[in-house]
Design a protein around this ligand. Structure first.
Ligand code: FRU
Length: 594
């Protein structure tokens, strides 16, 4: 395109018809009509600007999109994109509520075929998935098909705080590096697109096509109802089912997050649905017509908050099949805010019967692993139950100090049952694919200390993304631990108190904490006394995932250091501890960014 043509188009697009209608609060409603010639309309966002409503209407459509956005009043903190690539040559009417024609953002909308974000910001993780820009919460629709792991997620493409829920989309072939794809499902007249799951309909039970991916989600408008949408092009585009909702709201306000799986015993689809503070199971032969089967949860587990994002799946142990039910709860986590509890029991295709265990039991004792669910359709030959959680906490998720994106996920983990010496527990451990990221290895020598041993720099010139593994032998010490540290005296500390049978995680001095009062609250996890503690710690700029003894305990925690956390300190109280050398290593993540 030559300069003249470009100018012509620009003038054509922005010699828009602007309309103004007066409002009582001084501001008005302003509109622009434009002919779409590019893939994206770029909209400037300013965090301190008030939220206004943006109405989006395309020529020839009766529907009008309604989104909340902080349209920049003075300058752009970052840009968001309205993907108009499928609407080329149509007229678009964009209306902003509570705005007037002089507002900077209204006059600085840009059209473009490219959208570049400043990806490299300080707290952007390297080996964790984070959205390209904008807000993310729960992982949704985790499904494997033809060599691709699909990750859909709760996504706000128009800002870095919760709102305007869409299903964002990314795929991976190895669970460690991800490719962003366009938004998969956008809000409609039934409401925003809340959490849910996806299945591969191998036998075409729904009639959308053999091997169609069927997404089952909650439409959250005036009420929450379950809906489906299908894709016959490997998840690249979704069509909403015309008979939605497939489960209308029966009068329960919190009625959401359907997780569907095929049940071989019942020979039908089973849906686990969060219903206030219980899980209700539904059955269906075709994903469209659902029958209520049973309800689980009264009087068992934690009820300190609303139940969300259930997941029901079988796991084998000692030649037997047990069923695990994950239930996220907010608030009411063991360390405050949101967390995921689980139940172990039997499921006969209709009813979940829990084993008698000391509930509540928790998937992760860190504050930053929520709404985690597992992939469906993993090939039998693989056989793993792969889990992904949202690495944040509703207590402060909207305030964490990243800039153009908010939140990342945990790394993918394999879930399995093990006996902790007293009873069955659900353990989790990084999927083996994580080892593919290992690049350089540093070893450090044996340490035996009676008080403190410091490694000032774990890895030269490291930007804060690495993995550390070592073994601690407490010998006679009952109080010992280790801290990640930096030269600004910031620390993320893990304190093992064998007497109390607890490992505590302290992030009070870990860097920026004052963005929310609840961020500094300490964390604790139950600990059994062992002769050796095998530690694996995955650190990625602003997060640390701790695995003790191959998944007995996990603690996932965010932290926001003002300088790279690239040092390690061991400590004990007056009695020696040994840090054994043979397994000590530090592995760097190979890739620059995901
Ligand atoms: C859990 C949750 C879900 C809901 C979604 C909305 O974090 O509250 O229950 O579907 O987030 O974004």
């Amino acid at each position: 395109m030559n300069l003249f043509q470009r100018l012509l188009i620009t003038i054509f697009i922005f010699s828009t018809i602007s309309c103004t209608s007066a409002k009582t609060d001084g501001y008005v409603e302003v509109s622009k009509e434009m002919k779409i010639k590019s893939s994206y309309l770029l909209i400037p966002v300013e965090e301190k600007a008030p939220e206004v409503i943006m109405y989006v209407k395309y020529e020839g459509s009766n529907e009008q999109g309604k989104y909340y956005i902080r349209l920049a009043r003075e300058k752009a903190d970052y840009w968001v994109k309205l993907d108009v690539s499928k609407q080329r040559d149509k007229n678009l009417t964009l209306t902003f509520d509570n705005t007037d024609k002089s507002v900077w953002g209204f006059n600085n909308l840009k059209e473009s075929d490219i959208f570049n974000v400043e990806y490299d910001e300080t707290y952007r993780p390297v080996f964790h998935f984070s959205p390209e820009y904008g807000w993310m919460n729960d992982p949704n629709g985790l499904v494997y098909l033809d060599g691709e792991y699909h990750l859909f997620y709760q996504y706000n493409p128009y800002g870095t705080k919760w709102g305007n829920m869409h299903w964002g989309h990314a795929v991976s072939t190895d669970l460690t590096s991800w490719t962003y794809l366009p938004v998969a499902i956008a809000p409609d007249t039934l409401g925003d697109i809340f959490s849910g799951s996806a299945v591969v309909d191998i036998n075409n039970t729904a009639g959308f096509g053999k091997n169609a991916i069927v997404a089952v989600y909650t439409a959250s408008g005036k009420k929450q109802q379950q809906c489906i949408a299908y894709s016959t092009d490997r998840g690249r585009t979704f069509t909403k089912y015309s008979g939605n909702p497939v489960i209308p709201n029966p009068g329960i306000a919190d009625f959401r997050d359907p997780k569907v799986s095929w049940n071989e015993v019942a020979k039908q689809w089973i849906m686990a649905l969060a219903t206030k503070q219980t899980v209700t199971f539904y059955g269906s032969a075709d994903l469209k017509n659902w029958t209520r089967l049973s309800e689980f949860g009264q009087g068992i587990g934690s009820h300190a908050g609303v139940w969300e994002c259930p997941d029901l799946f079988p796991l084998n142990i000692d030649g037997k099949t047990k069923w695990v039910l994950l239930v996220s709860i907010n608030p009411g986590g063991p360390n405050g805010g949101s967390a995921t509890q689980y139940f172990i029991g039997d499921f006969d295709g209709k009813t979940f019967l829990p084993d008698n265990l000391p509930y509540p039991l928790w998937v992760d004792y860190g504050r930053d692993n929520y709404a985690g669910v597992t992939w469906s359709n993993i090939p039998q030959a693989d056989g793993r139950r792969i889990f992904l959680g949202w690495m944040s906490n509703w207590d402060y998720a909207n305030d964490v100090p990243s800039k153009i994106f908010r939140s990342s996920n945990t790394i993918a983990r394999n879930l399995f049952l093990k006996n902790n010496g007293k009873h069955l527990v659900l353990a989790s451990y990084p999927v083996k694919e994580m080892e593919l990221l290992r690049d350089k290895t540093n070893n450090f020598s044996d340490i035996q200390t009676k008080n403190k041993a410091i490694i000032e720099e774990l890895v030269k010139n490291n930007a804060g993304s690495y993995e550390v593994t070592f073994e601690i032998e407490p010998m006679k010490s009952e109080n010992f631990g280790f801290s990640l540290r930096n030269s600004n005296n910031e620390m993320l500390s893990y304190h093992f108190d064998l007497h109390a049978g607890i490992v505590r995680l302290d992030r009070q001095k870990s860097g920026l904490t004052d963005f929310n009062d609840k961020f500094s609250v300490g964390m604790g996890a139950p600990l059994t006394t062992k002769n050796i503690y095998k530690i694996r710690l995955l650190v990625d700029k602003a997060s640390a995932e701790l695995f003790v003894n191959e998944g007995d305990i996990t603690m996932t925690s965010l932290f926001f250091p003002t300088e790279t956390m690239n040092g390690l300190e061991f400590f004990t109280e007056n009695t020696s501890i040994k840090i054994t050398t043979d397994r000590q290593k530090i592995d760097l993540a190979k890739r620059e960014a995901i």
